[in-house]
Design a binder for this molecule. Structure first.
Ligand SMILES: [Mn+2]
Length: 374
């Protein structure tokens, strides 16, 4: 069993990874996005992985299709090219019907993190998120060896020996598709389908946050996909809860000028918050959409905007991190989580009101008297 960098630290110390200066120096120059060919990046990844035995690949919590597909693809590459046994694990739950169908229809090998014993693995990888992002379940005493993510680069990510992070690429699945292409390996139909759907979902059919590289990967994968499986994933059967939630959402949506805000109360799965925020962006004349709900001990927020001058990721971080939550995202879409454990009903209500006020300020809305959508 190899010892990871950084070394374990007692829990009462600040949880900042420590690292040897010479290792840090060697890492500083790694992988500026676009600065190195996929082939060179893949070679470096495989070279590094070869001296390891068992890999744990973590998605972000409540993983979306991009995260799941990227994780499974990375596991395949590590096994085939580096001879490393790999598993993919996620924190939270997979709730959205499409995401459940993705795993079920393609029989993707992903497991809940509760089943994982971290010390059994000597190679820890993270996909579609980064150590500082706060939306994953890697215990603070561990630090990943490999980080692959298309979200804006966080400084600590480069403390990982292998880091391929940063925008503006539209999906982590695109990065993995590029690795696959560089490897010359045949992409199994199930993996091609997962990666294709990962890109499609994250870029909303190549219509959002999309680069030529995403389009290229999408077109390259399409002929290899399983079309029946794709149909079953994109048009899944939906639970009654889904329709109940939409009923609640439409009933509770409040319109403040060019902003629509929806407090969903408690929700059956946190990943539906993003879907609702996205859906309300279809309302005519809206510039901003915010949806939020409580799931277990936290409030989950999701923001969408059509205003290209604004940065949803930065905005949500300013609002939520100020209150002790964690947040991430990019220009037009972002999400956050705010723990509310132990908060009484009245305090919870007050917090929701205050957060809505903070968001309205951040959106730059003067209107304080909302109009109900229906
Ligand atoms: Mn993604």
């Amino acid at each position: 069993m190899k010892v990871h960098l950084p070394m374990r630290q007692p829990p009462d110390e600040p949880q900042k990874p420590r690292i040897r200066p010479e290792v840090r120096a060697a890492r500083m120059t790694l992988y500026p996005r676009g600065g190195e060919s996929p082939r060179a990046k893949l070679d470096r990844l495989i070279q590094y992985a070869r001296s390891h035995e068992r890999a744990l690949i973590l998605t972000h919590d409540n993983p979306d299709p991009d995260s799941i597909a990227a994780g499974v693809a990375l596991a395949y590459l590590l096994e085939k090219l580096a001879g490393v046994e790999a598993i993919v694990a996620y924190g939270g739950i997979v709730g959205r019907a499409e995401n459940r169908a993705l795993i079920k229809v393609l029989k993707l090998p992903v497991v809940p993190i509760a089943r994982v014993v971290f010390d059994d693995y000597d190679l820890i990888c993270m996909v579609d998120t980064q150590p500082e992002q706060g939306n994953h379940s890697l215990p603070a005493r561990h630090f990943p060896d490999v980080v692959i993510d298309h979200h804006p680069e966080r400084p600590d990510s480069h403390l990982a020996p292998i880091a391929d992070v940063g925008g503006p690429i539209g999906a982590t699945s695109t990065v993995l598709a590029e690795y696959f292409r560089a490897s010359g390996l045949k992409v199994p139909a199930g993996l091609a389908t997962a990666l294709f759907y990962g890109i499609k979902a994250d870029t909303r059919d190549l219509g959002r946050q999309t680069t030529p590289t995403d389009v290229d990967a999408y077109l390259w994968l399409f002929p290899m996909t399983d079309k029946d499986a794709l149909g079953a994933i994109e048009h899944p059967l939906l639970p009654e809860d889904y329709f109940r939630l939409y009923h609640t959402a439409i009933e509770r949506a409040q319109v403040y000028g060019e902003v629509v805000i929806c407090d969903l109360g408690t929700i059956y799965t946190p990943d539906m918050v993003a879907e609702i925020a996205e859906r309300f962006m279809y309302l005519e004349d809206m510039k901003w959409s915010l949806a939020f709900a409580q799931y277990e001990d936290a409030l989950f927020f999701s923001v969408r905007t059509t205003d290209r001058r604004m940065n949803a990721g930065r905005l949500i971080r300013e609002v939520i991190e100020a209150r002790g939550g964690s947040a991430g995202g990019h220009g037009t879409m972002a999400g956050a989580r705010l723990p509310v454990k132990g908060l009484g009903a009245a305090a919870n209500r007050k917090l929701r009101e205050e957060v809505v006020k903070d968001f309205l300020d951040a959106f730059g809305v003067r209107a304080r008297k909302p109009k109900k959508l229906v």
